[in-house]
Design a protein around this ligand. Structure first.
Ligand code: NAD
Length: 495
C-alpha cells in the first residue's frame, strides 16, 4: 500500500493564506506574525496561520458577545437543528476533514476518519439532543406566612455567556467539537483557540458551522500561541474557560481564570493512568488490552494507560508477548491506510520522548523493546515497553504522552490498589479480569474519574468524563456538562 492522494480541496485549503475566523467569516489579523503548520510525518511546512494580536482578541470577544445575544435567544429546537446540520456536514466532508487532520497532526488516516470526524459528529448529535432538555426545578419554600401569603420558587438554567475553548493538539477536531457542542447546546457563544501545532481543521469546521446556519459570532476561531488563550481568559468580555491540555498549563489557566475575574473554569488535564491485569486474565487478551490502552494514536491520548500492573508471576511472559506483537505493527506514513503506527505530532514532543528514554536508561529500567527516537525528518519514535525498577522511577510517575508502556509487578490485590492510587493524578484507570464480582468491589477504591473494566480509552458522549485529583476540575459529556455551561438562577415569588 502507499499513501492516499490528497483531495484537490485539501491541497487548496492547505495553500490558503489563513486568516482568523471572526463574525461568521475570515478577517485578516492585525498582527504580521504567523505560525508554521508542520506535517509531523515529513517535517515539511504545509501551511501558515495567523498569530492573533490583542486587537484581534478584542474584535473576536466583541463579536462573541453580539453572537451570544442572538444565539442565547434562539429557540432550543432551532439550536439543536443547527448542531444536527453541522454533524451532517462533518460527515459529508469526512474525507476532506480527515485528510487535513492527518496532515497537521500525523494521526493515521483511519483514526482521523473514525475519531476526528465520525465520533465528533456523534458527539454533536448527542449535544443537539440536550438543547431541548435543559430545565430547572420548581420548589416550595418553607417561609413563614403571617397574613396568608404564600411562596413558590423555581430555578432557571441560563447560559454562562461567552466561552473560551482551549484545545490541545492530540484530537484537534473532536475536542473542539466537545467544547463547541456543549457551549452551543446550552446557548453560549464560543471562541475556540486551537493548539498552535494543529490549528487548521477547526477553521474549516467553522466555515461548515456557518453553512449549517450558525449566526455570526456564535463561533469564532482565533489561532495563535498560549498567550492568546491567556488573554482570552483574562478578557473582561469572556465568562468561562473550558480548557483541555497538560497539568502545568491547566494550573496556569486555573490561576489566570481565578485571578482575573473568577472566570468559570473547566479543566480537563493529563494524568498517569493505570491499567491493572488480574491473575485470571488470558495473556493474549491482556496483550490486546495493553495495545488498546497504551498505543492507540501512538499513546497521545489523555486517557491512555502508561502504568501497567501485572502479577509478578506473569510479568516476563506478558512483556515478551507484547514486544513480539509491537514488532509486527506497520510504522509508516499516516496517509497510508495500511499504517498502524504513525509519528508523534511535533518535534518538541519527539525530543521529550527521547529525554524520557534516556532517563529510563539512567535509572537502569529494563527496556524490553523500543526506547529510541527514529532518525529522520518525521517525528517517529519506537513503540516501547519498559519494566521499572522501583515505584519511584520517572517513567512510572510522569506523563510521557507517547507510545511507552511501563510495567511494574504486584504480589496481591491490596498492594495493587495502593500502586494504582500512588499518583497525584486521577483521570482514568482500567481493570482487566474475568471476575466481575472482584472488579466491582475494587472499582470504588480506585481514585480516577473513569474506571474501565476489560476496556480502556473509549469514550461515549452519554458517559461523563473528567479527572479527579490533579487531573482536572469538572466533567464533560452526559448531563454533567450542563452544570459547567449554565448558571443556576433562583426565582422566588410571594403571592
Ligand atoms: P498544552 O497544555 O501544552 O496546551 C494546550 C492548549 O493550551 C494549547 O492550545 C496551548 O496553546 C494553550 N496554552 C498554553 N499556555 C497557555 C496559557 N498560559 N493560557 C491559556 N492557554 C494556554 O497541552 P498539549 O501539549 O497541547 O496537549 C497534551 C496534553 O493535553 C497532555 O497532557 C494530555 O494529557 C492533555 N489532554 C487532556 C485531555 C482530557 O480530556 N483530560 C484530552 C486531551 C489531552
Amino acid at each position: 500500500m502507499s499513501a492516499i492522494p490528497l483531495l484537490p480541496q485539501v491541497e487548496a485549503f492547505l495553500k490558503r493564506s489563513h486568516q482568523l475566523f471572526i463574525d461568521g467569516g475570515y478577517v485578516p489579523s492585525t498582527s504580521s506574525q504567523t505560525l508554521d503548520v508542520i506535517d509531523p510525518a515529513t517535517g515539511v511546512v504545509i501551511s501558515r496561520v495567523a498569530d492573533a494580536s490583542q486587537a484581534d482578541i478584542d474584535q473576536a470577544v466583541a463579536s462573541a458577545n453580539r453572537g451570544f445575544q442572538v444565539w442565547s435567544q434562539t429557540a432550543p429546537a432551532a439550536r439543536a437543528s443547527v448542531l444536527l446540520k453541522l454533524a451532517d456536514l462533518l460527515e459529508r466532508h469526512r474525507e476532506e476533514l480527515a485528510q487535513i487532520e492527518t496532515c497537521q497532526s500525523g494521526k493515521i488516516i483511519q483514526i482521523s476518519r473514525m475519531f476526528e470526524v465520525d465520533m465528533a459528529a456523534s458527539f454533536l448529535r448527542y449535544y443537539a439532543g440536550w438543547a431541548t432538555k435543559i430545565s430547572g426545578q420548581t420548589i416550595t419554600p418553607s417561609l413563614p406566612s403571617f397574613a396568608g401569603e404564600r411562596y413558590t420558587a423555581f430555578t432557571l438554567r441560563e447560559p454562562v455567556g461567552v466561552v473560551v475553548g482551549i484545545v490541545p493538539w492530540n484530537f484537534a477536531s473532536m475536542i473542539a467539537i466537545w467544547k463547541l457542542g456543549s457551549a452551543l447546546a446550552t446557548g453560549c457563544s464560543i471562541i475556540i483557540k486551537p493548539s498552535e501545532f494543529t490549528p487548521l481543521t477547526i477553521l474549516r469546521i467553522a466555515e461548515l458551522a456557518v453553512e449549517a446556519g450558525l449566526p455570526a459570532g456564535a463561533l469564532n476561531v482565533l489561532t495563535g500561541g498560549g498567550m492568546v488563550g491567556k488573554a482570552l481568559i483574562e478578557h473582561p468580555g469572556t465568562d468561562k474557560v473550558s480548557f483541555t491540555g497538560s497539568v502545568p498549563t491547566g494550573i496556569a489557566v486555573g490561576k489566570s481564570a481565578m485571578d482575573a475575574k473568577l472566570t468559570r473554569a473547566t479543566l480537563e488535564l493529563g494524568g498517569k493512568n493505570s491499567a491493572a491485569f488480574l491473575r485470571d486474565m488470558d495473556l493474549d487478551k491482556a496483550v490486546n488490552g495493553v495495545i488498546e490502552a497504551g498505543f492507540l494514536h501512538s499513546g497521545q491520548i489523555c486517557a491512555a494507560a502508561e502504568r501497567f500492573f501485572v502479577h509478578r508471576s506473569q510479568l516476563e511472559a506478558m512483556t515478551e508477548k507484547l514486544a513480539e506483537r509491537l514488532a509486527t505493527l506497520k510504522i509508516g506514513s499516516p496517509l497510508d491506510e495500511a499504517t498502524q503506527f504513525g509519528p508523534l505530532t511535533n518535534k518538541q514532543h519527539q525530543a521529550k520522548l527521547g529525554q524520557f528514554f534516556a532517563q529510563a536508561r539512567a535509572e537502569n529500567s529494563t527496556i524490553v523493546c523500543g526506547g529510541k527516537v527514529i532518525d529522520g525528518p518525521g517525528c517517529y519514535v519506537e513503540p516501547t515497553v519498559i519494566i521499572a525498577n522501583s515505584i519511584n522511577d520517572t517513567l512510572l510517575n510522569e506523563e510521557t504522552f507517547g507510545p511507552v508502556a511501563t510495567f511494574f509487578p504486584y504480589d496481591d490485590e491490596e498492594q495493587l490498589l495502593q500502586l494504582m492510587n500512588n499518583t497525584p493524578y486521577g483521570l482514568s484507570a482500567s481493570l482487566w479480569t474475568n471476575d466481575l464480582s472482584k472488579a466491582l468491589r475494587m472499582v470504588p477504591q480506585i481514585e480516577a474519574g473513569t474506571v474501565w473494566v476489560n476496556m480502556h480509552t473509549l469514550l461515549d458522549p452519554a458517559v461523563p468524563f473528567g479527572g479527579v485529583k490533579a487531573s482536572g476540575v469538572g466533567r464533560e459529556f452526559g448531563d454533567a456538562f450542563i452544570d459547567d455551561y449554565t448558571e443556576l438562577k433562583s426565582v422566588m415569588i410571594r403571592y
